[in-house]
Design a protein around this ligand. Structure first.
Ligand SMILES: [Fe+2]
Length: 300
């Protein structure tokens, strides 16, 4: 077996008693910044849950994260956290909100330009961060990737550093039930591509392969059941998308994601859907190139 490493520094709670777990995680903090987009935090009742359950705490809400968050939004959110002297942040939502929250927690403690900080080697620790995913695609809650859009260049930048991991992830399948069918399935395809691309990546190792296989098997079975009887396993989907997030922490993604980003940036197609659209031709290309692992995949 070749040399390799594996790790995952985010303490991740699956299906916890949410009242208890947030009470524990917020124990030492009085001022809490909450980063989200404009709708899910209201629709799911998460904002009300925080405000009514922990009345002794002060919550400061920044709900301006857009789909494909921009550098400007990140800088604005970081200023918000600093100005309000937030002691910890919670990122709530899909991949956009979680990625933005990671970058905002970073810039809350590291003042400077986006590209200046991107290239800087020695940085301050980020603000403590808890992530709560509301989709089953990103896996962002368990890795340190923060995909931020440079609007002027119509380009996506991966702002990732050793300090851009969250401290905690809280996986609550109940929040997936608020997604419409299109977003639910699109995000699950994003998770599928994370596991799949990680599996065929040259950076794959026995650990990432093991979890990629588990994620792929789960996702295929979820999609099969869904297409046969319209029943969707939210728990398994959320668990699998986090597994796939661990996979790409070790392997990164491949050409498929690069092309998918092009479709998102230039044609406005949802990230997961863009990846799903490209999958058939990508499968064909890998098959034609005799990629060895494609055979192993068939046996899953
Ligand atoms: Fe993705």
């Amino acid at each position: 077996m070749d040399k390799f490493y594996f790790y995952g520094p985010v303490k991740t709670f699956f299906k916890p008693e949410k009242e208890e777990i947030f009470r524990e995680l917020l124990t030492y903090y009085d001022k809490i910044g909450v980063i989200s987009g404009k709708s899910a935090i209201y629709k799911t009742g998460f904002r009300d849950f925080l405000v009514t359950t922990y009345q002794e705490k002060e919550f400061l809400f920044f709900d301006e994260v857009e789909e494909n968050p921009s550098i400007n939004t990140v800088i604005k959110g970081a200023k918000f956290l600093r100005k309000n002297r937030c002691e910890i942040a919670i990122g709530f939502g899909g991949g956009s909100s979680l990625d933005a929250a990671k970058a905002m927690a970073f810039f809350a403690k590291n003042e400077g330009g986006f590209y200046e900080m991107l290239s800087k080697q020695i940085v301050e620790r980020s603000l403590p961060l808890i992530l709560v995913p509301t989709t089953c695609g990103t896996g962002s809650e368990v890795n340190n990737y923060s995909i931020i859009t440079d609007v002027e260049k119509a380009d996506k930048i991966n702002f990732s550093k050793e300090t851009t991991f969250a401290d905690f992830a809280v996986l609550l399948p109940e929040y997936l039930t608020f997604l419409n069918e299109e977003v639910l399935i699109s995000t699950l395809f994003d998770a599928f591509t994370h596991a799949f691309e990680g599996y065929i990546s040259l950076k794959a190792n026995p650990f990432s392969d093991y979890i990629a296989e588990a994620a792929l098997k789960n996702i295929i079975s979820i999609l099969k059941t869904y297409s046969e009887c319209k029943s969707f396993d939210y728990e398994k989907a959320l668990y699998s998308s986090s597994l796939a997030g661990f996979v790409i922490l070790h392997t990164g993604t491949t050409l498929l994601h690069a092309f998918g980003y092009y479709l998102t940036n230039h044609k406005g197609i949802h990230h997961g859907k863009a990846n799903a659209l490209l999958l058939p031709v990508y499968f064909k290309m890998l098959k034609n190139s005799s990629v060895k692992k494609m055979k192993r995949l068939n046996a899953l």
